[in-house]
Design a protein around this ligand. Structure first.
Ligand SMILES: *Cc1c(COP(=O)(O)O)cnc(C)c1O
Length: 423
């Protein structure tokens, strides 16, 4: 797989597409179009995934069921609304490498991060620090900082931000480990983005979880940029909790329902506090409207409210595609397509750009982050004007994600042509 020798020609890109076993999945999605009807070069699946064509029919089904059954739709709908969240567990568990009872779809990402920290960030005077990436997504930083303050501690002292070595852009595993060991007794939580949104670096989540546990800390990962993008084995890696959204690589539409993982070992532990609601109490007795909450040995017990069906439906359509392809085949194509993008970018003879994403495929997903010299956004504006949808992240990075489910090698080829001509 990794040993293929790439060539620079258009014919080679077309040949890769012809040989791509997943090429037909592109037809399962709507690709944004120019006014002349041609496809836009879409490289923003890491920000908002494209719409699976089946979504409209699935949404229509829910609207019909509501129209026809009213409240009885909770039982009579084709996909009954009462157990609606359960329809995702099996397929989602495969995507994140979990047991079915360890995953749940609920709320939105940042909300889930807070709810998980209610359970898993319980600082004491001795152990109260949270370690995150210096380039963590702002929402994650706001969440951890406000949690620290909420518990009466000072973020200046308790929030440790990992920084790369001088002259480097990504973090070395050994350096993260060194920080964990340096603060050993005082670290409450290691909270990393599984794939960093800015650099595209995929951390060694298994090893870092083992180090964090070794020093007595809890491990939580934000998988917004990892889920549906890289191979995950949350259960096996012994991760304590994880959260993610479904509108990026999982193609479930703006603000779609999010996901959470709680490791089996915590599911029956009565000492773990939790913010609770009626959808978390045992389903068997939920409608007896009892005074006390009855926990289930499942991540479902973290649910608060009844299922927001319309924000969940697109995920049904999307997960079917993931299930049909399987993460392994997806990862194989992803590695090859991203390596191809990297190869073409490295052929460009210009010192105005450089790739800051790790060059080894095990340390990244499909995204490459291209740093532009002097943070000159004019280059990004130029490629946008020429019909590329990528994204610009301050201060100086163009992020491009060739998504294996719907991007083609020809897309990648054409993008690099446009970039080169714009330089
Ligand atoms: C996309 C993303 C978010 C967005 O949070 P929402 O609550 O879904 O708005 C948060 N954190 C990370 C790491 C992200 O990549």
């Amino acid at each position: 797989m990794d040993t293929i020798t790439f060539e620079k020609s258009l014919a080679f890109a077309q040949d890769l597409d012809a040989k791509d076993p997943l090429s037909s999945y592109r037809d399962e999605f709507y690709l944004p179009k120019h006014s002349d009807g041609s496809d836009i070069l879409y490289f923003c699946g890491n920000s908002l995934g494209l719409q699976p064509k089946k979504v409209a029919a699935y949404m229509q089904q829910e609207l019909e069921d509501w129209k026809t059954h009213g409240v009885e739709g909770h039982f009579q709908a084709k996909n009954a609304w009462m157990p609606y969240h359960e329809f995702f567990s099996a397929k989602l568990a495969k995507v994140v490498g979990a047991q079915e009872n360890e995953v749940v779809v609920m709320n939105t990402l940042t909300a889930n991060l807070h709810f998980m920290m209610v359970s898993f960030y319980r600082p004491t005077n001795k152990r109260n620090k949270i370690i995150i990436e210096g380039t963590a997504f702002p929402s994650d930083k706001y969440a951890v900082t406000s949690q620290i303050r909420f518990h009466g501690y000072d973020p200046e002292e308790c929030l440790i931000q990992l920084r790369p070595r001088t002259g480097e852009e990504t973090l070395r595993t050994e350096d993260i480990e060194a920080v964990l060991r340096e603060h050993a007794d005082s670290v409450a939580l290691l909270m990393l983005g599984g794939v960093n949104y800015y650099t595209g670096q995929f951390f060694d989540l298994e090893y870092l979880a083992s180090v964090a546990h070794d020093i007595g800390a809890v491990v939580g990962y934000d998988l917004a940029h990892a889920v549906g993008n890289v191979a995950l084995k949350l259960h096996h890696w012994n991760v304590d909790f994880a959260v993610w959204c479904h509108y990026k690589y999982l193609n479930s539409g703006p603000g779609a329902i999010a996901g959470a993982f709680v490791h089996q070992k915590h599911l029956t532990n009565p000492d773990i506090p939790r913010f609770e609601g009626w959808w978390g109490t045992d389903k068997k007795s939920r409608f007896l409207m009892k005074d006390n909450f009855e926990s289930m040995p499942s991540a479902e017990s973290w649910q608060l409210s009844n299922a927001p069906v319309f924000s969940m439906t697109p995920l049904l359509a999307s997960l079917e595609l993931f299930d049909a392809v399987g993460m392994q085949k997806l990862n194989e194509k992803s590695r090859q397509m991203t390596a191809y993008l990297e190869y073409l970018l490295l052929q460009i003879d210009s010192d105005r750009i450089r790739i800051i994403t790790p060059s080894t495929s095990k340390d990244r997903g499909c995204q490459l982050s291209i740093q532009v010299k002097n943070g000159n956004k004019a280059l990004f504006d130029k490629i946008t004007a020429k019909g590329v949808i990528a994204d610009w992240r301050e201060p100086d990075v163009i992020r491009v994600a060739p998504v294996p489910l719907y991007n083609s090698y020809l897309d990648v080829y054409q993008f690099v042509q446009i970039l080169q001509n714009s330089l």
